[in-house]
Design a protein around this ligand. Structure first.
Ligand code: ADP
Ligand code: ZN
Length: 631
C-alpha cells in the first residue's frame, strides 16, 4: 500500500516541509519529527515516544494536512483531554487549518454541524475522546468516510492511557483496538511521553501496533535547568526561588496531597502571588476556572497535585517546582517537561528530604497492588532517589534513565555549582559493617532501624542496646566522631544509592548486593556535604548564580523591549476577541523575535519563526503598524 501511494504521488514526499513553512511558519523540523511525518504521510503505522514539550502535535498535524491535501480525508485525533480540545482547535483555526472537536461540551445543534462538516469532507482534523469515537453512531460515520477513502489517519494521543501500569490509565482506551480491526487500511500514529518498557509493551499489545515503526526521540530538553535542593523549610525555599528567579512568571508547583496544595496556594497568595489550587477534590467548575485562568492570564502560579497538567500545552511556563518527591523519574520528567515548551529557559526545581523517601516507600508498601507491581515501583523510586542524591550532572542521569548517553550539560545545579563532597567511604563501611554484625549477633532480632543503628555506632547506652547486648559488638561506638544528623544523611544516601534497603513495617535496614563491595572498600563513597554545614553558603551561592548565571528569557534592548510590550498588548486584544489564550495567537518567542528583528515588510515578517501564511495574511499589516509605532 505504501509503495502504491508513493509511486502515484511522487510530490507527496516534498509536502511536509512545505506545510511546515507555509502553515506553521517554522523553518525546520525538530529532531525525529521529519522522519515520523514522512513515515506517516506514506501510510505507515508508528509509535512515537517523545518527551513532554518535544513537539508531538506536529507529528500528526503535518501529516493530517498533507493527507487531506492529497485527497485522503480527515485525521481523527483521539485524546482524553476534553477540557483542552477547544483551545487546540482554536490554535489550528488561527493558522487556517479546518479542525473541530466532538465532546460533551457541545449542544446537539453544534454537534450535528460538526458531524455534517465531517461527512462532507470539510475537516482536516477532528478531536474526540475515546468514548465518543467508540459509539455506534461515530463508528458508522467513520465507516461511511472509509468507504469513500476519506478516513486519512488515526492519531492516538497520550497513548500510555491504555496501560494499567501508569497512573493515567483510562478504561475507554482499551476499546481503541477496534480501530485497527474495523479500519485496517487507515494508518495509526500513537504518541506518548512515557518511555518505560512496560508501558511501551502494553501500548503495542493493546493497540495492536506490533507492525508499527517505533520512533524514540531524544529525551533531552536542553532549555530546562534542573535543580534539586535539600529540604529545609520547603515553603520558604520555594518562595525565595520564585521571588529570586521567577517574579511574575507563570509556573506550576506540584504537591503530594490536596491539603498541601490548598495550604501552599493560600500561603503564596498571602505573599502576594496569583496562586491557584488545583486538585481532584475541588469541584469541576472551579477546576476548569482555575485552569482557564492559568492558560489565559499571565503570571499565574498553579499549585496542584498530579491531577493537573496532562495535555496542558501552555508554552511559556517558566518553572515547575516540586515540593514533594514525585513517584518516579517518568513522572518527574513528564511534570518538569511542562516548563519551557517555547524553547526559552525554564527551571525545574525540587526540594527533597528524608521524609520524602520514607513516605514514598511507605505508600508503595501499604498499597494494595500485587507484589510484582510493588517491586517495579520500588526500583523506579530508587532510580529517582539516586538522581536526587547525585552530585554529578542531573541531565546525564535523567537521559541515561531513558537509555540515552550524554555528557555533562552545564545547565543543572550540579554542573553550575559542583557540590562540596566528602569521602564517606569509611563512615559508610562502619555503618554497613554494623548492620552486618547485627545479623551475626546471637541476641534478639537480626535487623534494626536507623535510630538504633546510629545509637550503636555512636556508642550510646540505651535500653535496647542493653537488651540485645549490642555494646559487645565490635562496631560499638566506632562512629562517635560523626553527629547523629550526619549519620542520618549518610544512611539516607546509602539507601538512595542502593547499598542499603529499608524493609518492613519498621524500616529496618538490610544490606544489598552492592553493599558487599562497599564493605570490602572496593567502592569509594563520595557524598554531598551535609546540609547543616553548608546551608548558609549555599543559599548565598544560589542567589549569586541566579543574578549572574541565568540568561534572561528574552534578551531585548530597551527599544526592542518597548516593541515587545506593544506587541503583547496587541496580542491580548486579539486573544480576547477570539476567546483564546494569548499564546495561541503568537508565542512570546515569536513576538520577541519580531521585536528584535523589527521587520518592515510582509516578506521580512514572514521570515520570523512562528509566522505562517494565514497569520501573515490575517495579522501582518497590523503587526507592521504596531512595530512602526511602539508605545
Ligand atoms: P508535546 O505535545 O510533545 O508535549 P508540543 O507538540 O506541544 O509538545 O510542542 C511543544 C512546542 O514546540 C509547541 O509550542 C510547538 O509549537 C513547538 N514546536 C514543535 N515543533 C516545532 C518545530 N519544528 N519548530 C518550532 N517549534 C516547534
Ligand atoms: Zn548538568
Amino acid at each position: 500500500m505504501t509503495a502504491v501511494l508513493q509511486a502515484s504521488e511522487p510530490a507527496l514526499a516534498d509536502l511536509p516541509s512545505q506545510v511546515l513553512h507555509e502553515v506553521f511558519g517554522y523553518p525546520a523540523f525538530r529532531g525525529a519529527q521529519r522522519e515520523i511525518v514522512e513515515h506517516v504521510v506514506a501510510g505507515g503505522d508508528a509509535l512515537v515516544l517523545m518527551p513532554t514539550g518535544g513537539g508531538k502535535s506536529l507529528c500528526y498535524q503535518v501529516p493530517a494536512i498533507v493527507r487531506q491535501r492529497a485527497g485522503r480525508g480527515v485525521t481523527v485525533v483521539v485524546s482524553p483531554l476534553i477540557a483542552l480540545m477547544h483551545d487546540q482547535v482554536g490554535a489550528l483555526d488561527e493558522i487556517g487549518v479546518k479542525a473541530a472537536f466532538l465532546n460533551s461540551t457541545l449542544d446537539g445543534d453544534e454537534a450535528r454541524r460538526v458531524e455534517r462538516d465531517l461527512l462532507a469532507g470539510r475537516l482536516t482534523l477532528l478531536y474526540a475522546a475515546p468514548e465518543r469515537i467508540l459509539t455506534p453512531r461515530f463508528l458508522a460515520m467513520m465507516e461511511s468516510l472509509a468507504e469513500r477513502g476519506q478516513l486519512g489517519l488515526f492519531a492516538i494521543d497520550e497513548a500510555h492511557c491504555v496501560s494499567q501500569w501508569g497512573h493515567d490509565f483510562r478504561e475507554e482506551y482499551l476499546g481503541l483496538s477496534a480501530l485497527h480491526e474495523r479500519f485496517p487500511g487507515v494508518p495509526r500514529l500513537a504518541l506518548t511521553a512515557t518511555a518505560d518498557d512496560h508501558t511501551r509493551a502494553d501500548i503495542i499489545e493493546r493497540l495492536q501496533l506490533q507492525a508499527a515503526r517505533l520512533f524514540v526521540a531524544s529525551f533531552d530538553r536542553p532549555n530546562i535547568r534542573y535543580t534539586i535542593v535539600e529540604k529545609d523549610e520547603p515553603r520558604k525555599q520555594l518562595l525565595r526561588f520564585i521571588r529570586d528567579e521567577h517574579e511574575g512568571d507563570a509556573g506550576i508547583v506540584y504537591c503530594q496531597t490536596r491539603k498541601r496544595v490548598d495550604e501552599t496556594a493560600a500561603w503564596l497568595a498571602a505573599e502576594g502571588m496569583t496562586a491557584l489550587p488545583y486538585h481532584a477534590g475541588l469541584d469541576a467548575a472551579l477546576r476548569r476556572q482555575h485552569q482557564d485562568r492559568f492558560l489565559r492570564e499571565e503570571g499565574v502560579v498553579m499549585v496542584a497535585t498530579i491531577a493537573f497538567g496532562m495535555g496542558i500545552d501552555k508554552p511559556d511556563v517558566r518553572f515547575v517546582a516540586h515540593l514533594d518527591l514525585p513517584k518516579n523519574i517518568e513522572s518527574y520528567y513528564q511534570e518538569t517537561g511542562r516548563g519551557g515548551r517555547d524553547g526559552l529557559p525554564a527551571d525545574a526545581w525540587m526540594s527533597y528530604g528524608l521524609a520524602d523517601v520514607v513516605n514514598q516507600r511507605r505508600m508503595i508498601d501499604e498499597s494494595e497492588a500485587e507484589e510484582e507491581f510493588k517491586r517495579l515501583q520500588r526500583s523506579k523510586l530508587d532510580a529517582l532517589l539516586a538522581l536526587a542524591e547525585a552530585h554529578d550532572c542531573r541531565r546525564v542521569r535523567l537521559l541515561a534513565y531513558f537509555g540515552q548517553a550524554s555528557t555533562p550539560c552545564g545547565n543543572c545545579d550540579n554542573c553550575l555549582h559542583p557540590p562540596a563532597t566528602w569521602d564517606a567511604t569509611e563512615a559508610a563501611r562502619k555503618a554497613l559493617s554494623c548492620i552486618y554484625r547485627f545479623r551475626q549477633s546471637p541476641h534478639g532480632p537480626r535487623s534494626f532501624g536507623a535510630g538504633h543503628l546510629i545509637d550503636v555506632l555512636r556508642g550510646k547506652a540505651t535500653d535496647k542496646v542493653a537488651q540485645y547486648h549490642h555494646e559487645q559488638l565490635s562496631t560499638w561506638g566506632i562512629g562517635a566522631d560523626v553527629s547523629e544528623s550526619q549519620w542520618r544523611l549518610v544512611l539516607r544516601q546509602l539507601i538512595a544509592l542502593g547499598h542499603l534497603q529499608a524493609e518492613g513495617e519498621y524500616n529496618t535496614l538490610a544490606l544489598t548486593e552492592s553493599a558487599r563491595e562497599v564493605l570490602r572498600g572496593a567502592v569509594p563513597v563520595q557524598l554531598r556535604v551535609p546540609a547543616e554545614t553548608k546551608a548558609r553558603g549555599k543559599t548565598a551561592r544560589v542567589r549569586g548564580g541566579g543574578a549572574a548565571g541565568k540568561p534572561p528569557p528574552l534578551p531585548l534592548d530597551e527599544a526592542a523591549g518597548a516593541r515587545f510590550n506593544a506587541l503583547k498588548a496587541w496580542r491580548a486584544e486579539v486573544a480576547r476577541e477570539h476567546n483564546l489564550p494569548a499564546y495561541v495567537v503568537f508565542h512570546d518567542a515569536t513576538l520577541a523575535e519580531m521585536a528584535r528583528e523589527c521587520p518592515d515588510t510582509l516578506d521580512a515578517l514572514a521570515g520570523v519563526s512562528g509566522v505562517g501564511a494565514t497569520k501573515l495574511e490575517r495579522y501582518g499589516a497590523e503587526i507592521l503598524r504596531v512595530l512602526g509605532a511602539p508605545a
